[in-house]
Design a protein around this ligand. Structure first.
Ligand code: UDP
Ligand code: MG
Length: 319
């Protein structure tokens, strides 16, 4: 373990899209928090994700006043996952903290994150202890089912209520930089990495100004890409279904052949030609689906090779 992590640089990464009304208040709160933590140096990395409002100008004004403020500008809107990734690529700190620009992730929790880090954890995850301000009933319900599903079909454990509000040690960030996939959920990839993790509960605040940009369509999109990137189960599903159909229609077919054509209908079922045709068709559909599942196995293999994840992740490389 590292002896002491004091006087280390901490990077705070803030993805923002049209957050002009929130940025100044966020900066004020962050500056206040770090003023009470003199044992750390800090940099605030605002990642502008194609804002169309005054966000950039507000940050530029802060940048002129405070050299610890850095602005990273993406050329267009790439989505929060990529914005966070860009921030992690630029972070120079001994640890980085990602937090939303809308003040839903209260900066006052930062000392707790740092405390856990100080205790030796590599990843400290902010866990929502209440969903009240975060989402309506439908969003909460779908989120719960989503986590249930993803934990069932994926080998990586993903904690419900775990948010993007988290601290990463530089070791973790270094490993994170090796990911090359385009379609990504930052959180899921971090969970994939492993490392020692601690949780800090926080009550999410209400969004200060503006509207959450993640609507249902965007959330479904994110959920789908998470499932696809962390699990091959949906791919195999067609194959399983095909095998199931082959077995049932196959045994039905054998039964019909024996009953009708070999034993001459001792049960007097009078199975019609149409019924036999249906069984044959079903059997063929089963074969097609099973073949799809077979192809899926190869696609899964190709996917695994193409995203080119690190083969393994070492626990300690710095120091
Ligand atoms: N955000 C972003 N790019 C986007 C959408 C959102 O960088 O395309 C930022 C946004 O400015 C905020 C954070 O991601 O800092 C969370 O977004 P939001 O509050 O809209 O989502 P939610 O609170 O529902 O997670
Ligand atoms: Mg929000």
């Amino acid at each position: 373990m590292t002896p002491s992590k004091s006087t280390k640089l901490i990077s705070v990464i803030i993805p923002m899209k049209n957050e002009a009304d929130n940025v100044r208040e966020l900066y004020r709160q962050l500056a206040r928090v770090f003023a009470s933590l003199p044992q750390y140096r800090y940099e605030f990395i605002f990642v502008d994700d194609g804002s169309t409002d005054k966000s950039v100008r507000v940050v530029q004004a802060l940048e002129r006043r405070d050299p610890k403020v850095r602005l990273v500008r993406l050329a267009r809107n790439f989505g929060k996952e990529i914005a966070n990734t860009a921030g992690l690529h630029k972070a120079k700190g001994r640890a980085a903290i990602m937090l939303d620009a809308d003040l839903q992730h209260p900066p006052a929790v930062i000392p707790d994150l740092l405390q856990k880090w100080q205790e030796g954890y590599d990843i400290v995850i902010g866990r929502r202890s209440s969903n009240k301000h975060h989402a309506n009933f439908l969003k909460r319900l779908s989120s719960r089912w989503f986590y249930r599903l993803i934990n069932r079909i994926s080998s990586i454990e993903i904690m419900p209520n775990a948010t993007d509000f988290r601290l990463l040690d530089a070791v973790v960030i270094n490993e994170f930089r090796r990911f090359t996939e385009h379609n990504r959920m930052t959180r899921g990839l971090i969970d994939w990495l492993g490392f020692s993790r601690a949780y800090v509960d926080f009550v999410p605040a209400k969004r200060l100004h503006g509207q959450a940009t993640y609507n249902y369509a965007a959330l479904i999109q994110l959920a789908l890409s998470t499932v696809v990137s962390l699990s091959f189960f949906p791919l195999r599903l067609a194959g399983y279904l095909g095998v199931f159909i082959i077995i049932t229609s196959g045994s039905l077919g054998v039964f019909v052949i024996i009953e009708r054509f070999i034993l001459n209908d001792p049960l007097s079922l009078h199975i019609s030609g149409t019924a036999i045709l249906a069984i044959i068709l079903l059997f063929m559909i089963g074969i097609v689906l099973a073949c799809l599942g077979l192809i899926a196995l190869y696609i899964a293999d190709i996917y695994g090779e193409v995203v080119n994840r690190p083969l393994y992740v070492e626990k300690r490389r710095l120091d």
